[in-house]
Structures are given as structure tokens and as C-alpha cells.
Design a protein around this ligand. Structure first.
Ligand SMILES: [Zn+2]
Length: 328
């Protein structure tokens, strides 16, 4: 895993619609200083509101992962966060003029494509990584999610749907830039037609179409172009998981096995990690030593209350150029 923190070489922009809101939204991803982490900035309000990409800011996990500062939200964050994590971007500011990240084609590929063109900028600070040292497991109904020690970041996913076209699928991947781009980034979100109709009646999935989701009827896939992978469904679940785990605020060294899990279980796992600091440690590559030498970082917070947060979330008041100083 890369020793140095990275940001983007230049600002990139996107325009699209929100999957659930159906509203048009413009978004820019800008380079940021080392140790900023990833943060969302709503630019359509009287004051710019900053919402750090942190598990402690998750407000809703139904349908998508929604972050919030009080009643100001940013929804459907997972595909863009997966693209940034998958491309090894540690620090970035995401400005958007609406409450939902555009869905693009339902995958992370459009984000990855533009990120690749912009390029990564190496920064002068080394990365802090969260290294799992003992397994943590959460069982929740029929779903089970577990993380165990591993030298890199590995994800194994399994889905089991009662539908002939989906059924049981499993996929396992060592997550690095190349593998992420090749195997995961272009897997699209999916839904069953009867669910889509129900969601529409309830004011959700208003932006959903065959251009941004795989839609499955009783016996067929409605998208004329078919699937991008025969097991695209489980690959997309892994994409969602990578995007959600980015809310830990730093790269993970561990192997996650997720069975029939979704955003809610991903959050439960992150909360369990935060609550069990004896099962992980922060490590970083040493500045001068061999690249393979990891240095254990002794953290004040571990004794004090075991929160990951202070290291990755900016100070409590963030001055924004052109806006008021806001509580974080
Ligand atoms: Zn998704």
C-alpha cells in the first residue's frame, strides 16, 4: 500500500442527477491539504456547510449512505467515495450544489475515468493506516460481516437473492488501484422492477432509469446492453462496501468478509471498529526506514476514549473562503 498521502493534481467537475431526488446537481472535486481527509461542502446554501466523510456523520443507511450536519444532508455518497478510495486519494474537497451526489451511470467508472485524467498528486505527509489486529464480527439477521487481520486491504462479498437471474454470487478482491479499476469500478447499482415502482410511489428513485441502474424484471434484465460482468451484482456490493469503509477516514489493513450485507451493516462494522480499539492499531510507513517497516503510532485518543475521529476530522471550526466559519 502506498506510503504517502495523495490528493488530485487539479479540480475535476461532474454534472448529473440524483438517483433518488431526480434533481440536477453539479459537483467539483478539489485538491486538499494533507490530513484534510475527504469532506463534502454544500455550496447551494446561504453559508457553505461542511460535512466530513466520517462514520460519525452518517444520518441514514436506507437505500444509500447519507451524511449530515444537523439537517443539512449529502446523500448517495458511496460510489464517489469508492472511486476516491479505490484511486488512492486521501485528501479532497467535494463541492456540490444539491443534496445528492449525481448517480452518473450507477457505477464508480465515470468518476474514476475523470480522476485518472486529472492525476494523483503525492503529498509530503505519510499515510496513517488502521491495521486490524484481532477479528471483529457482526451478525445481523441473515447478514454477517467480519473483518480480520491482513497485510493489505481485501474484500470478499457474497449475495444470495431469491431470484433466478441473481441468486448466489461471491467475489473476492485485493483492493489496489489497478484491481479496483478493472474489477469493481464499473459494476452498476441494481434494483428489481417491483421495488423501483414502490420506491417511485414513495418519492424515491425519481432519477432512476436504465441509464443509471440495472433493472431486473421477473425473468429478464431490462437493460438492452445486458451486464458488464456475469457477477456484476456482487461486484457492485463490494463497490458500495469500499465506498462506505472510506468513512473510517484512513486506509484499512484488514480482510472484510461480507455476506448479504448492505450500508447498515457496513456502518455497524465501522462503529464496532471505533468501539474496540484493542482490536486495531494505527500504523504508518516510517519516513526513513525500509518501505516495508510499519511504525505503530501510539495515540492519545486510544486511552482517552478511543475515537478515530480527532485524527481525521478537521478542527471544530472550519474557516471557508468566502463563507462564514462553521462548526464542523
Ligand atoms: Zn451502490
Amino acid at each position: 500500500m502506498d506510503k504517502w498521502q495523495h490528493t488530485l493534481k487539479k479540480t475535476i467537475s461532474f454534472a448529473g442527477i440524483g438517483l433518488h431526488s431526480g434533481k440536477a446537481v453539479k459537483l467539483a472535486v478539489k485538491p486538499a491539504e494533507p490530513n484534510t481527509g475527504i469532506r463534502f461542502i454544500r455550496t447551494d446554501l446561504d453559508d457553505n456547510v461542511v460535512i466530513p466523510a466520517s462514520l460519525f456523520r452518517v444520518a441514514d443507511t436506507r437505500l444509500a449512505t447519507t451524511l449530515a450536519h444537523e439537517d443539512i444532508q449529502v446523500s448517495t455518497t458511496e460510489h464517489l467515495l469508492a472511486a476516491l478510495a479505490g484511486m488512492g486519494i486521501d485528501n479532497a474537497e467535494i463541492e456540490l450544489d444539491g443534496d445528492e451526489v449525481p448517480i452518473m451511470d450507477g457505477s464508480a467508472a465515470p468518476f474514476v475515468h475523470v480522476l485518472k485524467k486529472a492525476g494523483r498528486q503525492r503529498q509530503k505527509s505519510t499515510r496513517l493506516m488502521l491495521k486490524i489486529t484481532s477479528p471483529i464480527e457482526i451478525k445481523n439477521g441473515e447478514s454477517c460481516i467480519r473483518i480480520e487481520p491482513c497485510d493489505g486491504f481485501k474484500v470478499s462479498g457474497e449475495i444470495d437473492f431469491d431470484h433466478d437471474l441473481v441468486q448466489k454470487q461471491s467475489f473476492s478482491i485485493e483492493v489496489d488501484n489497478q484491481n479496483f479499476i478493472k474489477e469493481i469500478a464499473s459494476a452498476r447499482t441494481f434494483g428489481f422492477l417491483h421495488e423501483v415502482e414502490y420506491l417511485r410511489q414513495n418519492g424515491k428513485a425519481l432519477g432512476g432509469s436504465l441509464d443509471n441502474a440495472i433493472v431486473i424484471d421477473r425473468s429478464e434484465i431490462l437493460n438492452r446492453e445486458g451486464l458488464r460482468f456475469s457477477d456484476e451484482f456482487v461486484r457492485h456490493k463490494i463497490l458500495d462496501l469500499i465506498g462506505d469503509m472510506a468513512l473510517l477516514g484512513c486506509p484499512l489493513l484488514g480482510h472484510i468478509t461480507a455476506k448479504r450485507s448492505g450500508h447498515a451493516q457496513h456502518l455497524l462494522l465501522m462503529e464496532a471498529i471505533a468501539d474496540n480499539p484493542e482490536k486495531w492499531q494505527f500504523v504508518r510507513w516510517t519516513h526513513k526506514g525500509e518501505e516495508s517497516v510499519l511504525e505503530k503510532v501510539v495515540m492519545g485518543t486510544r486511552a482517552a476514549g478511543n475515537k478515530i475521529l480527532p485524527y481525521f476530522v478537521p478542527p471544530r471550526v472550519i474557516p471557508i473562503a468566502g463563507g462564514a466559519a462553521l462548526p464542523a
